[in-house]
Design a protein around this ligand. Structure first.
Ligand SMILES: Cc1cc2nc3c(=O)[nH]c(=O)nc-3n(C[C@H](O)[C@H](O)[C@H](O)COP(=O)(O)O)c2cc1C
Length: 186
């Protein structure tokens, strides 16, 4: 099993590709890394064109919501030279891992990219207590990005459920992230 920054299972990171950032799940199974990228995303376009992706670990819930629905300014990205490639990570990332990427499989709606870990770095090894409000921002944002695509009314119930947990358990930053999320949905 691979020992590194990312853990077995699906790691919900902020993926940077070119000058784009978006929440993406990086799968780690049996020592192999991969990402399933929806065809309509800039992340998929950039990975297919440039062959790299950086997984950024960051615990700011506002960044998850913002990058799911809009863009970050140019000064939010920091250049790193990794494996002979010019890659960009997030300014303020607590840790990051740079991968080369190859498209291995295509379906009607997505591609599967196989990722090869080239370099990783931990800038800020903090201990983070579990906060259900933070976790629910992540879940609500996943549902919200799907709602934007499919308009399934069942998803709004799920978003409201998670919004309730954010209101009960979240801190100031989670509440700010929730307001931002709701503004994208209205
Ligand atoms: C926690 C989380 C995980 C996500 N995982 C993925 C994923 O694995 N693959 C994907 O294509 N989109 C995923 N999304 C949705 C994308 O972030 C969303 O479609 C985003 O708008 C894509 O931005 P882009 O066009 O800048 O790449 C996820 C969203 C969230 C909130």
């Amino acid at each position: 099993m691979a020992v590194g920054l990312l853990k077995d299972g699906i790691n919900e990171v902020i993926a940077t590709t070119a000058s784009n950032a978006a929440p993406i799940g990086i799968h780690l199974r049996d020592g192999g890394y991969r990402a399933v990228l929806f065809l309509g995303s800039h992340t998929r376009q950039n990975v297919e064109r440039d062959g790299w992706l950086v997984a950024n670990i960051i615990h700011d819930p506002v960044i998850y919501v913002r990058t799911a629905f809009s863009d970050l300014p140019a000064d939010a990205f920091v250049r790193e030279d990794i494996g002979g490639m010019e890659m960009y990570r997030l300014e303020g990332a607590e840790a990051w891992a740079g991968f080369s990427a190859r498209i291995r499989r295509r379906t009607t709606g997505s591609v599967v990219a196989e990722l090869t870990l080239l370099e990783e770095f931990t800038a800020d090894p903090q201990v983070l207590p579990v906060n259900r409000g933070f976790n629910s921002i992540i879940d609500a944002t996943v549902h919200a990005t799907r709602y934007r695509l499919f308009h399934d009314p069942g998803l709004t119930d799920l978003i409201e459920y998670h919004a309730g947990i954010v209101r009960k358990c979240g801190g100031v930053r989670e509440l700010e992230a929730l307001d931002l999320l709701m503004s994208y949905l209205s």
